[in-house]
Design a protein around this ligand. Structure first.
Ligand SMILES: NC(=O)c1ccc[n+]([C@@H]2O[C@H](COP(=O)([O-])OP(=O)(O)OC[C@H]3O[C@@H](n4cnc5c(N)ncnc54)[C@H](OP(=O)(O)O)[C@@H]3O)[C@@H](O)[C@H]2O)c1
Length: 116
């Protein structure tokens, strides 16, 4: 699958609970590249390993992000932008989706830039 056919989904809080379940379900489809967001690098790496061991069609990579920490959000944004490019919508087709879980209390000047 070419990278242009791929839909990149960032799921925060995805090392456990609902976020992890969502990541698992999306990985059933090869079109998804899941950026598994975790505030703990250790827990995140373990979750990524667990998912990779399932050999699901989609791809998964770790992004360290604590949704309650402005610096962490900014850092994650910079890392993701540098590695995957800007988050743009073309003809209403989302090339990048961000799912915030658990519900974050985000600084308003940061939040829009994660999804636009
Ligand atoms: N489970 C349900 O049936 C249900 C129903 C309705 C709504 N909800 C809501 O949905 C959300 C997720 O529920 P859940 O059952 O998946 O909860 P959970 O099992 O406690 O998982 C929450 C996930 O969020 C992560 N997290 C917590 N604080 C974070 C932060 N500051 N930055 C980044 N990640 C953070 C946790 O990471 P750590 O491992 O590092 O703690 C964990 O991976 C909650 O807000 C809950 O209230 C849940």
């Amino acid at each position: 699958m070419s990278s242009t056919d791929q839909t990149i989904v960032l799921i925060t809080g995805a090392n456990g609970g609902i976020g992890f379940s969502l990541a698992t379900q999306l990985l059933e489809n090869a079109k998804y590249l899941i950026l598994l967001g975790s505030r703990s690098a250790e827990k995140g790496a373990a979750a990524v390993k667990q998912l990779q061991e399932k050999s699901l069609p989609g791809k998964v990579e770790l992004v360290q992000i604590d949704v309650s920490d402005e610096d962490s959000i900014q850092k994650a944004k910079d890392v993701v932008e540098e590695k995957y490019g800007r988050f743009v919508y073309t003809h209403s087709i989302p090339l990048f989706i961000s799912i915030s879980n658990p519900t974050p209390v985000l600084p308003s000047r940061i939040q829009p830039s994660l999804t636009h």
